[in-house]
Design a protein around this ligand. Sequence first.
Ligand code: TMP
Ligand code: ASP
Length: 243
Amino acid sequence: MSIYSKIYEGKAKILYNTADPEILLADFKDDATAFNAQKRGTIDNKGVINCQISSHIYQALEKQGIRTHFIDSPAPQQMRVKAVKIIPLEVVVRNIAAGSLCQQTGLELGTILAKPLVEFYYKNDELGDPLLTSDRLELLQLATKEQVKEIINLALKINEFLKDFWNKCSITLIDFKLEFGLDTQQQIILADEISPDTCRLWDTSQKDPNLRVMDKDRFRKDLGNVENAYQEVLQRVLAVCKL
Ligand code: TMP
Ligand code: ASP
């Protein structure tokens, strides 16, 4: 794999060219960051764990007719993906109030939302990924009105699938972040990853507010046992995918 040239290094992944211009290799890192990289650390085996969780979920989504960038996983921490032009939006879907929604609205942590909330954040580290209004989204021409509509529909469909999938893992899906890209035919496809880095996942049977957390909030809030929680998520995903 080392013969491929690095084209981009993000906070959690390195992207490499391959011999085929339509295929990239994503190498998942153990590095962890939070609060726009103000907090940095590593989570042992995170690269392998997140790559394997994402790979299984993307294959399951493909079976539901959702197009993703996933091709295959040639090594435990590597994913071959379709080369796409990333739309610079972080699409967040929330089912239960947590994180910035609580901080910015005063809603109590754990409040069940009457319907899923779909939010768009501008994927721009320098600006700190600000929340966008639909008018600002239009102003910045980050996506056309039709693309926004399609992204909302896809995000809600993915949410329905994921709620059920995580439920089978005895995990409650609180919220998550998606990124989409355009392929060579300008079709919108799901990119990036779906993992404990990008989802809030609570152990359904655990009521203790600290013990129930199985996602990156353990790292963000220094709750300890981060790797154990990620490993446990992977084990449950593997068990459900075997069924
Ligand atoms: P938030 O409550 O901090 O806005 O996060 C909402 C969801 O998005 C949560 O599941 C974590 C995920 N997320 C990312 O994947 N990347 C990010 O940079 C941020 C801020 C959140
Ligand atoms: N991944 C983001 C960062 O470091 C933030 C987060 O996930 O909390 O910047």
